[in-house]
Design a protein around this ligand. Sequence first.
Ligand code: ZN
Length: 169
Amino acid sequence: MFNKKIQLHTEYINDIIERNNLKFPVDVFKLLDLLVLENDNFMVKALPLPISRPAMLIRRKDHSSEKILLAYDDNRPESEIRFSILHEIYHYLYHTNTIANCFHDDMEDDERESECNQFALNILAPEQIFLAYYIKNDFNIKRVAEEMKIPEYWAHKRLQMLRESSLAT
Ligand SMILES: [Zn+2]
């Protein structure tokens, strides 16, 4: 279920969200501004990307220094971009030694990939807030996903996880 490490990272980011008074649905780009210092070594850019990748981290060696580009495809649905940016940000913040492997993102069984997804879901759709949206929208998951600006797949996933954790208690 909940990995302790991811929970701590989630709490850390949620604290930043609260202190800066970011409202739901959280503005991912504003959050990004608060988390990383955009400079010559870290850039965020809209670029066309392969269809399976709404966002990706690209590591570039430049002379002796290393530069990171967080690219996102602004032709993709906003919900996918938001989720994917948070996924990549987790790689950037917490998988520092493995960024180069991020090209193999499609391996769903990869533990690091599921950590990134879990983190993105925690930030964009915390349990209590998700539940409030779910009730407000008459249990219509498609509308919940739209209002929370998260991919519908992940709204279903959150609901499934809530069901599993309530069955467990
Ligand atoms: Zn990844």
